[in-house]
Design a protein around this ligand. Structure first.
Ligand code: SF4
Ligand code: SF4
Length: 457
């Protein structure tokens, strides 16, 4: 039976703050639900609307559905839940919107509302959510242990044998389809590669904290290492706490507000914002969420002030480097041969944080790098957190559309600043048999150039 929203719903309490991670649309400040003026300027920028051409699959249509649920004119149905899941959360609509609609708060609340209604709950789904979001991603040591086991499975030849003997055919269909995209785990994680304190090279100008992430730590610890090196090279003393928690973006974006709150509080307990000039993230999806701790914890009397200080200090690495006037590497220290490079803009960097120019400035500063723009650089690649798991066909459509534009530039290097995009593009290239194009974070190229420079001194 479809659950109806009634005034007795546990999540239907009144709200004193409009952005505090509520689990009911009815609890939102009504002004947030009223911001949309139905102009339609967001429609051409919305990938799901581009796919179907249907109003309900557009930002305007979704906001109308959310408002109807908040007004108790519409029940939370499986169809409403599916619509919220179909949205990529790419935030392209927020860049286009002249009314400043707070779509992030609307979508996060709508997804939390769906979860609290129980409309999508099945024993399997409930277990998977508990295992991943409620357990694994809340325990950094356990996550590292899981990463270490996966690494062993990959390097000892078990994975190759498993695939060669076609044992993957024994897996459930969905896992079988996802198996080829299993990310390659790094031999060393961030705490092995980066000391707890990396001293600034030359005069110390700043003291910063480096966030190493969860997936980023297991799959792209080299990016974290490069980030620490680049920061040190630019006068920053870099503090990298040994044990770090997931930032909680996975939870907030998937309707688990409770754990998003818990993880935000743990981050603030681990890194006191007052002790640093900046808190550095190099993963767009995490950075976008980390900058919103102020609103997430706005109603928490113990954390609200610290969360506000925290949000003011968070910077994406490219944003920070431009802010402090980063040093251009010497001529001839970039790639040994000229490279054509293109840049894919992670949604949560360009739309979520409005950072577009800074990574390009960094790339242009590296010698032997020719930056060639690709069409639709700000369009989602289809990764969108766990979208390739929840909405595989739209994810694959966006992946192929993205690859077409990237390949049309003739680039041999694709740069991007988010682990999800990195994997989505890399997996797409592998699936289409393209081994000539490499995917890399811009900061890795900058670190390489600095290293060449240092080796020549
Ligand atoms: S977040 Fe992206 S997919 Fe969702 S409504 Fe906005 S533009 Fe469309
Ligand atoms: S651009 Fe903004 S105000 Fe206009 S329809 Fe889209 S969400 Fe509503």
């Amino acid at each position: 039976m479809t659950p109806r929203l009634t005034p007795d719903d546990p999540g239907a309490e009144s709200s004193a703050h409009p952005h505090s991670g509520k689990t009911s649309l009815a609890s939102l400040d009504y002004s947030v639900l009223q911001q949309c003026m139905h102009c339609g300027m967001c429609l051409p920028t919305c990938p799901t609307y581009a796919e179907t051409g249907r109003e309900r699959n557009s930002p305007r249509g979704r906001i109308a559905l959310m408002r109807a649920v908040a007004d108790r004119e519409l029940n939370v149905t499986t169809s409403f839940a599916e619509e919220m899941s179909y949205c990529l959360g790419c935030l392209a609509c927020t860049t286009a919107c002249p009314a400043g609609v707070d779509y992030t708060t609307l979508l996060e609340t709508a997804r939390a509302h769906v979860e609290s209604s129980g409309i999508t709950a099945t024993p399997k789904r409930t277990f998977v959510r508990w295992f991943t979001m409620g357990w694994l991603f809340k325990k950094p040591r356990l996550l590292r242990l899981a990463g270490r086991l996966l690494w062993l499975y990959q390097v000892t030849g078990f994975q190759r044998a498993f695939r060669k003997l076609r044992l993957t055919s024994l897996l459930p269909k969905r896992i079988r389809e996802l198996e080829p995209s299993t990310p390659k785990i790094q031999r060393h994680f961030s705490d092995t590669l980066i000391p707890e304190i990396t001293l600034a090279r030359g005069e110390k100008r700043y003291r910063v904290a480096l966030l190493t992430g969860c997936v980023q730590d297991l799959v792209f610890s080299d990016v974290n290492h490069a980030t620490a090196q680049v920061l040190a090279e630019n006068g920053c003393e870099v503090v990298t706490p040994r044990t770090q928690f997931c930032c909680g973006s996975l939870h907030a974006h998937n309707g688990d507000q409770e754990n998003a709150h818990i993880l935000a509080r743990r981050q603030i307990d681990t890194i006191d914002p007052e002790r640093f000039d900046a808190i550095i993230s190099n993963a767009a999806g995490c950075g976008s969420h980390l900058k919103h701790y102020d609103r997430l914890l706005a109603e928490d009397p113990r954390y609200a002030a610290r969360a506000k200080a925290w949000s003011l200090k968070v910077r994406d690495v490219s944003e920070w480097l431009i802010e402090i006037g980063f040093r251009k590497p010497h001529a001839g220290t970039g790639a040994t041969a000229p490279h054509i490079v293109t840049y894919h803009e992670a949604c949560h960097l360009c739309h979520g944080q409005k950072i577009s120019k800074q990574p390009r400035e960094i790339l242009r500063a590296i010698s032997n790098v020719e930056l060639r723009e690709c069409a639709e650089s700000t369009w989602c690649c289809g990764s969108a957190g766990i979208y390739n798991i929840t909405q595989p066909s739209t994810s694959a459509w966006l992946q192929m559309r993205k690859l077409g534009h990237l390949k049309a530039t003739g680039a041999t290097l694709v740069t991007t600043a988010n682990p999800g995009c990195h994997l989505q593009i890399e997996n797409g290239l592998r699936a289409t048999g393209d081994t000539q194009i490499e995917v890399v974070h811009p900061v890795v190229l900058l670190a390489k150039a600095y290293r060449t420079e240092i080796a020549r001194r």
